[in-house]
Design a protein around this ligand. Sequence first.
Ligand SMILES: Cc1cc2nc3c(=O)[nH]c(=O)nc-3n(C[C@H](O)[C@H](O)[C@H](O)COP(=O)(O)O)c2cc1C
Length: 117
Amino acid sequence: MIVIYDSKTGNVDRFVKKLNLECYKVVPQLKVNKPFVLITYTTGFGQAPNTTLEFLESNFVFLRGVASSGNQNWGKSYAKAADIVSKQYSVPVILKFELSGTEEDINKFILEVRNIV
Ligand SMILES: Cc1cc2nc3c(=O)[nH]c(=O)nc-3n(C[C@H](O)[C@H](O)[C@H](O)COP(=O)(O)O)c2cc1C
């Protein structure tokens, strides 16, 4: 299972560096032809980033699960990008984590990915 991720201010970048998995960052025109899990972040008031949504428009077929970084200060909008993607593409939310995540978050993410495989 590969990991595709999106990051604007570097928190998700830092999270994926702690995973010992094959990870690729979302860039325009990225095309993925095998199963992947997505890690994104939440922006606006509980929105998924446009870069993530555009990537998914042409790559949702192999999407197997989604995680989002966020900040609990946002209350009900906490890491809501994961819920948005989950609902739109009928895939499980595998993790919501704050900023660049804790060691516990990393371990949970790895376990969840193993369960999907
Ligand atoms: C303008 C802005 C809006 C945000 N909105 C939310 C939000 O609605 N919900 C949330 O959980 N986090 C929100 N955040 C926090 C980010 O999701 C969090 O900092 C995340 O770790 C950013 O990931 P990145 O550094 O990989 O881009 C917001 C941050 C910014 C700067």
